[in-house]
Design a protein around this ligand. Structure first.
Ligand code: THG
Length: 372
C-alpha cells in the first residue's frame, strides 16, 4: 500500500458525505469510478471485526447509477445484461454481468428496474455510461443515457435493521433481499434497498439529492450511537471470506462470467439476445480454460497484495492470485486466483510467488469455510 494522500478535484470527485467520512477517522482512500472511496478507518482487521458485530455507515457514492430512460430503455438493458432483464419488475434489483462481444466482462452492476421505462445500472469500477451511450447511438435507440444525482449510502452489519427501523419505521424491515421501496424522511422519499457489498446484511439508501447528504448522514449517525455505529467501507477481509468478487481486481475484460463462476447470473438459455451471449454459449460447449478459485496460502501473515502474484505447478506458470489477505477469524491467508482449469480441484497444492518468495497454497472452493 502507498501512504500518500489523494486529492479530490472535478476529475477525482468527492461525495456528498466526504466531510463526514473524513471527520469519522478515515485512514486511507482508494479511487473508484473517478470518485473517492474510503479503503480503511481503524485497520482492515479491526474494521472487519466491528462490521461483523455491530453496524457501519458506508459512503458508497462511487456506486454510480447509469440511467436508461425512454421507450427503448428495457431493450437497451436487455442487450447489455447477461442476465435476462426482459421480465424485470419495478422495485427489484438484479445482479448481472455485462459483457463485450467476446464474452469478456465490462462490469458487474446491480440492475435496478425503477419503472417500466427506466433502469439504473449501479455500476462497479468501469465507464459503463460510455458503453451504454455508444450502444444507444449505434442501434438508433430512443433512450436517454445519463448519470443522475444519486449517491448510495450503505448501512451494513447485524444491527443495520434496528437502526433503519428507528429512522424509517418497521416497514423497512419487510424489504426482501435486493428489493427496494420508498420511505419518508424529512418530507422526502428515499429509495432504500436491502443490499450491500458485505455478507453481514444491511441496506443501501439511494440518496437522490447531494445537498441532503450531510443531514442524512447526521440523522443516521445520531440513531446509530446507541448501536456502536462506526463509519466503514467495503472491507477486503470480509469480502474475500464471503467470496465477493471485485471487478478490476478479480475479474476484467480478459475474463468471462463463466470463468468467474457467475454462471447462475447468465441467462444462456433464454430467448433474448445480449452482447457476448454467442461467445458464452461457445465457451459453455468447449469448456473453460481458466477459472477463479479460492486459495489458502501458507506461511506468515500476508499484507494485501498490490502486485501480480504468479502461481506455479511443477515449475510451470498456471495463473495468478487476484486478491489475498490474512483473515483473523479463519487464522489463515485467504486468496482468490485465476488458474488454468486443469489445476482447479479442491485440495490441490500449488506454488505462489508473493513479494519474490515462494509459498505453498491449497485450492479450496468458495465461500471459504472456517477450519474444522
Ligand atoms: N451495491 C450497489 N451497487 C454496486 C455494488 C453494491 N455496484 C458495484 C458493485 N457493488 C457491483 N457488484 C456486486 C457484486 C455482488 C453483489 C452486489 C454487487 C452481491 N452479491 C450477492 C452474493 O454474491 O452473495 C448475491 C447476489 C444475488 O444472489 O443476486 O450482493 O454492492 N448498489
Amino acid at each position: 500500500m502507498s501512504g500518500f494522500p489523494v486529492f479530490a478535484s472535478r476529475r477525482v470527485r468527492a461525495t456528498p458525505f466526504t466531510p463526514r467520512v473524513e471527520a469519522a477517522g478515515l485512514s486511507s482512500y482508494t479511487v473508484y469510478n473517478h470518485m473517492l472511496l474510503a479503503a480503511s478507518f481503524t485497520s482492515l482487521e479491526e474494521d472487519c471485526a466491528h462490521l461483523k458485530r455491530a453496524v457501519q455507515i458506508w459512503d458508497v457514492s462511487v456506486e454510480r447509477q447509469v440511467q436508461l430512460k425512454g421507450p427503448d430503455a428495457r431493450k437497451l438493458a436487455v442487450l447489455m445484461s447477461a442476465r435476462d432483464l426482459s421480465k424485470a419488475v419495478p422495485g427489484k434489483g438484479y445482479y448481472t454481468p455485462i459483457c463485450q462481444a467476446d464474452g469478456g466482462m465490462l462490469n458487474d452492476p446491480i440492475a435496478l428496474c425503477i419503472a417500466e421505462d427506466t433502469f439504473w445500472f449501479s455500476i462497479a469500477d468501469s465507464d459503463m455510461l460510455l458503453w451504454a451511450a455508444g450502444l444507444a447511438h449505434a442501434y438508433g435507440m430512443d433512450v436517454e443515457v445519463s448519470e443522475p444525482d444519486v449517491s448510495p449510502l450503505a448501512i451494513q452489519g447485524p444491527l443495520a435493521e434496528k437502526v433503519l427501523a428507528e429512522i424509517f419505521g418497521d416497514a423497512v424491515t419487510a424489504l426482501k433481499f435486493f428489493a427496494f421501496d420508498y420511505f419518508d424522511w424529512r418530507g422526502h422519499k428515499l429509495m432504500i434497498a436491502r443490499s450491500g457489498w458485505s455478507k453481514q446484511g444491511g441496506f443501501e439508501i439511494y440518496l437522490h439529492d447531494s445537498t441532503l447528504g450531510l443531514q442524512l448522514w447526521d440523522d443516521i449517525w445520531e440513531v446509530g450511537r446507541a448501536y456502536d455505529m462506526r463509519a466503514g467501507c467495503p472491507n477486503l477481509i470480509e469480502r474475500i471470506e464471503g467470496g465477493l468478487l471485485s471487478y478490476g481486481n478479480d475479474m476484467s475484460r480478459e475474463d468471462t462470467p463463466l470463468e468467474c463462476g457467475l454462471d447462475k447470473f447468465c441467462s444462456l438459455d433464454s430467448e433474448n439476445d445480449f452482447i457476448g451471449k454467442k461467445a458464452l454459449l461457445t465457451q459453455r460447449e468447449t469448456g473453460l480454460r481458466k477459472q477463479i478459485t479460492g486459495l489458502i496460502i501458507e506461511g506468515e501473515k500476508i499484507a494485501p497484495i498490490t502486485k501480480i502474484a504468479p502461481c506455479f505447478q511443477g515449475g510451470q506458470n498456471c495463473g495468478f492470485v487476484t486478491s489475498a489477505v490474512f483473515s483473523p477469524d479463519f487464522d489463515l491467508n485467504l486468496g482468490l486466483a485465476m488458474l488454468a482449469s486443469e489445476q482447479v480441484e479442491d485440495g490441490r497444492i500449488i506454488d505462489v510467488e508473493i513479494d519474490g518468495k515462494m509459498r505453498n497454497a491449497r485450492l479450496t472452493s468458495m465461500p471459504f469455510k472456517p477450519k474444522a
